[in-house]
Design a protein around this ligand. Structure first.
Ligand SMILES: Cc1cc2nc3c(=O)[nH]c(=O)nc-3n(C[C@H](O)[C@H](O)[C@H](O)COP(=O)(O)OP(=O)(O)OC[C@H]3O[C@@H](n4cnc5c(N)ncnc54)[C@H](O)[C@@H]3O)c2cc1C
Length: 649
């Protein structure tokens, strides 16, 4: 991929080397679990105190490889491979008993704890999470440059959903004091980028020459006049034959399926990929496919070879204007397009650290000593005291760096009064007890943790394959090159990261986004590894393997190379201008949403997520996986359902 040498790229610079924070190496203990060890061996690995209680512990400020960071997942693979003592045998019994133990400290797990306390204000709750920070995918990246704080989302980007937030999810947002529309009106500073637009970077390996072409018509979702398209395409390195077909597809209104009515067309479009539609129905030149291939990566984690054409119609991709399709959803649409197909009132907001703010607000509500303040604005700059999260006298406790390896009822599940939950932390296996347990972790882990579940349920929990994704945040000295080139967003369909952009400009509470090009800023990039040609789930498996086997150094080299090539004409020098890199790697990212090119149409109640989420004794199942829908409102709704199931059992 790279075409510049390491020295020029700045690989020799030491400015992104921060594995340790104030001498505390965070969350590395779990990496040691490679075999079934005797009791004494686990204990000999235990350190003097929990990392989260040490002074200076502040994971949002860590850089380099984040997301599924080293130490957070190796033990899970050990559980899968049968390398732990069965039923948590040989674990140290902490003798702690809670009304509720929650496995997973993402938004679903935190919401479950919150809902539980609302029903039972005296309840004592323990939340266990394998990462060094709470929030699950909703993580915060925090950079400090020239004395100012720069924020980015490490995962979950915004409050947004294809369907309206339910009464439960909206009620929770109201209780937290989050009013998305009000915040958007008050905080967005769209005028700051008013002279910056969209561009496409055509790379040499895919399109024959490196070229940044600005003034991309209509962004990624249609629009643009014939003249605009012509001017844009003429500057690209694409051959004139291919340009002609792109121009035709983008600007003409042709009914490519004239013999069918709207319903028949929709049905047919749901049974072919968008790639197949472009090639075989719209009959565009195969050389145009690389230009469109990654259009669907952001929402689906796979390219247009594995996404139904019908879904791409809803997402306003080109080629459908002349078909005369009736507005509205169709039963054979995926979750996301089906929701977007129906008009809904706007309910969206992007905090500078994404939905990490929701996670932080939930934590502050339940553990007020963890952070000062009281509203959705002051939370943004509030400094969290991680040492407050697991205090013995706190009714709600959050124990980080603690990966659950076994969950078992005492006695028969149907009559059991207690569940043993065993977790590994810093090499030590410990067991706590819960009168109730909510598994707010990832579906595919649950059968390994709860082997006593019925086989049909375990099979269903294994069905979905989470979407692997990378959100990279790169802090740079200033954004003069973006200003000079007149760009805010760059689509780079052939590059390592298929997209890079300056984040929305948001001023909220005491936080001010950079406004002048001379100021430091964070650039967001996205990468979704996949293997075109396979089924969606197999592509995700391949992408996951890719992510877990790629070193930070490889990411860094590709990132620096991409910045040099895309922004070079604007004077960007990666060796000089990059000040920090955080690669938020999510091998297990979005919840898997069903894709009717590959998945059957299950009767109501029979889809894998519905079978998989059934309550089992005192154990209920939350997480967005339980809704087969990768959105924060689903994480909340599933938490509510799990709480209700246990309360009414
Ligand atoms: C990169 C990215 C961007 C996204 N952007 C958006 C967006 O803009 N808007 C939106 O609505 N949604 C977005 N999502 C979807 C996101 O998944 C949900 O919105 C929501 O954050 C999911 O919350 P959750 O609690 O269900 O799952 P998670 O956030 O995945 O939390 C589950 C937690 O359980 C932990 N866990 C797993 N196994 C164990 C174990 N054995 N022991 C202990 N802990 C365990 C996990 O590590 C994790 O911390 C995005 C997701 C990703 C990955």
């Amino acid at each position: 991929m790279t075409n510049s040498d390491d020295r020029k790229l700045g690989m020799n610079r030491n400015n992104t080397r921060r594995d340790f924070l104030n001498g505390v190496a965070v969350g590395t203990g779990g990496a040691m679990a490679s075999s079934v060890l005797p009791d004494s061996a686990w204990q000999s690995l235990a350190p003097a105190g929990a990392a989260q209680d040490q002074p200076g512990y502040y994971p949002p400020a860590l850089t380099r490889m984040r997301g599924s960071h080293a130490g957070s997942f190796e033990a899970a693979h050990g559980v899968r491979d049968g390398k732990f003592p069965a039923r948590g045998a040989s674990a140290n019994d902490t003798k702690e008993t809670y009304d509720l133990v929650v496995v997973g400290g993402g938004i679903s797990g935190l919401a479950a704890a919150y809902f539980w306390r609302a029903k039972d204000p005296n309840a004592r709750i323990l939340i266990l999470d394998n990462h060094d920070d709470f929030g699950g995918h909703a993580k915060r990246n925090e950079f400090h440059s020239n004395g100012r704080m720069l924020l980015a989302n490490g995962g979950t980007w915004a409050i947004e959903s294809p369907f309206p937030y339910s009464k439960v999810a909206r009620g929770l947002m109201d209780e937290l004091g989050i009013d998305p529309e009000g915040l958007a009106k008050k905080s967005y500073r769209r005028e700051v980028y008013k002279n910056l637009g969209n561009a496409v970077f055509f790379d040499k390996q895919t399109f024959g020459a490196d070229r940044l072409v600005t003034h991309a018509p209509g962004g990624w979702t249609g629009g643009g006049s014939v003249d605009e398209w012509r001017a844009f395409l003429e500057k690209s390195p694409i051959t004139s034959e291919i340009q002609k077909d792109i121009l035709r597809l983008e600007t003409e209104s042709v009914d490519y399926l004239p013999k069918l009515n709207s319903d028949q067309k929709k049905d047919q479009l749901s049974r072919m990929s968008y790639k197949s539609y472009l090639l075989n129905v719209a009959k565009i030149h195969p050389g145009a496919i690389p230009y469109y291939q990654t259009r669907t990566h952001g929402l689906f984690g796979v390219g247009i070879d594995a996404v139904p054409a019908l879904d791409c119609w809803v997402l306003m991709q080109p080629g459908f204007k002349g078909l005369g399709l009736a507005a509205g959803p169709h039963p054979r649409m995926g979750y996301t397009p089906m929701g977007f197909a129906s008009p809904k009132e706007p309910y969206e907001f992007h905090f500078p650290d994404g939905n990490a703010t929701i996670a932080r607000m939930l934590v502050r509500k339940m553990i007020p000593a963890a952070a000062p303040g009281h509203d959705a604005e002051d939370i943004v700059t509030a400094k969290f005291g991680y040492s407050q999260l697991d205090k013995i006298d706190s009714p709600v406790r959050i124990r980080l760096g603690s990966i659950v390896v076994a969950v078992h009822h005492q006695g028969e599940p149907a009559n059991s009064k207690q569940v043993d939950v065993t977790y590994l932390r810093d090499g030590q296996l410990s067991t706590v007890h819960g009168k109730n347990v909510i598994m707010a972790c990832w579906n595919m882990m649950i059968p390994y943790l709860c082997p006593e579940l019925p086989d049909k349920q375990k099979e269903a929990l294994h069905y979905g394959v989470k979407v692997p994704l990378v959100y990279t945040a790169v802090a740079i000295r200033n954004w003069v090159p973006f200003q000079k080139l007149g760009i805010q967003n760059v689509a780079a369909p052939g590059m390592y990261h298929y997209q890079m952009q300056l984040d929305l400009c948001v001023d909220i509470g005491g936080y001010e986004s950079p406004k002048h090009p001379d100021e430091p800023i964070v650039v967001r990039l996205e990468r979704t590894p996949c293997l075109p040609g396979l089924s969606e789930r197999d592509q995700h498996r391949a992408g996951r393997g890719d992510l877990l086997s790629t070193s930070f150094e490889t990411f860094e080299r590709n990132i620096r190379d991409q910045f040099a090539r895309v922004l070079g004409d604007g004077g960007f020098d990666p060796a000089r201008d990059i000040t920090a890199i955080t690669v938020n790697r999510w091998p297990h990212g979005y919840a898997y949403e069903y894709n009717y090119l590959f998945d059957p149409e299950w009767p109501a109640g029979e889809s894998p997520c519905e079978i998989g989420r059934k309550r089992f004794g005192r154990i209920a199942i939350a997480n967005s996986d339980a809704g087969a829908a990768a959105y924060t409102d689903q994480a909340m709704d599933q938490a509510w359902r799990a709480v209700e199931e246990l309360h009414s059992a």
